[in-house]
Design a protein around this ligand. Structure first.
Ligand SMILES: CC(C)(COP(=O)(O)OP(=O)(O)OC[C@H]1O[C@@H](n2cnc3c(N)ncnc32)[C@H](O)[C@@H]1OP(=O)(O)O)[C@@H](O)C(=O)NCCC(=O)NCCS
Length: 175
């Protein structure tokens, strides 16, 4: 199964709509704490505003022939974006620089997991995030119940920092 990896431009993110919505449904199915928070989360409410509000975006898909079987979405944003009406995701004073990097969304379709595709996409994102000299702080937010994802990121040297929203989200950092 030759998997191809392709960057997707911001103008073409509609091709990810189904997978973004699958990711939200997957996370809801795993969550024991506030699963209802996912009810308002979908491509239109999560992906589009995030892409529009970020300073830089990086989206890579994994393709099996013409079918997109996975994607990763990372961005660079002002740290102030992470304190809003929904939550304060981390202590802003714990970040020296103005901007932070985030591996924001990550999804491999069932049947394509544990084949190394996620590791390839992760490395591409990490390389992109680390290509910004002014970015020292990287974040990943994992919703509760998704222990496989937590283990995956910990295996890639990210560390659990803290939880927010009664444990709805576990915050991981690179330092
Ligand atoms: C989490 C996720 C993105 C990881 O992607 P993946 O393609 O399954 O990851 P990989 O195959 O690269 O790695 C998974 C495991 O398989 C192992 N692996 C890597 N290459 C492998 C290969 N060629 N063959 C077999 N196993 C392999 C890895 O060591 C890893 O083990 P670990 O988790 O114990 O470290 C993916 O499983 C997924 O989309 N899950 C559902 C959605 C989700 O949870 N998203 C994250 C939201 S925060």
């Amino acid at each position: 199964m030759p998997i191809l990896y392709e960057e997707v431009s911001e103008d073409n993110i509609s091709c990810l709509k189904d997978l973004v919505n699958e990711l939200m449904a997957y996370q809801k199915s795993k969550a024991a704490i506030h699963p209802e928070f996912f009810d308002n989360m979908n491509f239109e409410t999560r992906m589009i505003p995030s892409v529009n509000n970020a300073k830089y975006n990086y989206i890579v898909v994994a393709k099996d022939d013409d079918e997109i079987v996975g994607y990763v979405y990372s961005n660079i944003s002002s740290k102030e974006m992470y304190s809003n009406d929904f939550a304060t995701f981390f202590d802003l004073d714990s970040v020296y620089n103005a901007d932070v990097g985030c591996l924001s969304q990550f999804y491999i379709k069932e049947g394509y997991r544990s084949l190394g595709i996620g590791s390839v996409l992760f490395e591409k994102s990490k390389d992109w995030l680390c290509s910004f000299p002014s970015i020292e702080d990287l974040f990943i937010f994992v919703s509760n119940g998704n222990d496989e994802a937590l283990k995956f990121y910990q295996g890639k040297s990210f560390k659990i920092s803290h939880q927010i929203l009664d444990g709805f989200i576990t915050v991981l950092r690179n330092t």
